[in-house]
Ligand binder design. Sequence first.
Ligand SMILES: [Zn+2]
Length: 242
Amino acid sequence: MRPDLPTSAMRRRCGCSLTRKHRPPGTGVGCLRGGPPFGDAANVERASLCPRNEAVVEAAYTFRRAARLVIDGDTAAAQAVVASLDDEVLRSHWFTVGAAPAALGVLPRTLPPAGAPLVPKTPGAGVIAAVFARDGWRCRWCTTPVIARHALRRMHLVFPVLFPRGDRDADRHALLLAAGATPDHVLPRSCGGTHQPDNLVTACWPCQFARGEYTMEQLGLMDPRLRPPVIDDWDGVAWFRD
Ligand SMILES: [Zn+2]
């Protein structure tokens, strides 16, 4: 870590956005609550922090093929297809992306506007399902086809060893990390963002995780809602339920 960057311990002590003392040089003063774009990131507009990885895309389609085989009762063939998923490649993608928040750790955490009411952490299931369907089950940031959480869970129930679903990254099949569907708040909840569908987009877990609580402006991201969703035959394997 560069010596001029704040450490997590400093941020914990600060308890708010970074103080003048804790900030990297030349990044302004005062609380960033509602403040301007931060640092060089704001000068580069990009669609996503995590470029689409074709190995992840291929793995999502492979997963769907396995799910169809399970539905058809051909468990042995399904097992062979699941076994063909390259866990190492997927895991590498996740950890490459997983390094992003550390690299972005120079950014101050955005705080909600003073007095903003906190909303429940997770949108309702109906809202999430509608958002995923609206977005064609693709990450609106990087366009990766994402997979319904319940489909991943069912595959785990069918192949508990081959397709693990533990609590830690090391204990999960990497496809869960690379292509699990998640609702993402465009304006982060911690900034007062709501669960309204127009503030939600479908995201892959890497895009969600990499952005964290930062706003698009802070990271120089283009608004994904300005790009139409990709609607094709991808269905998130949402039909593969317990
Ligand atoms: Zn993504």
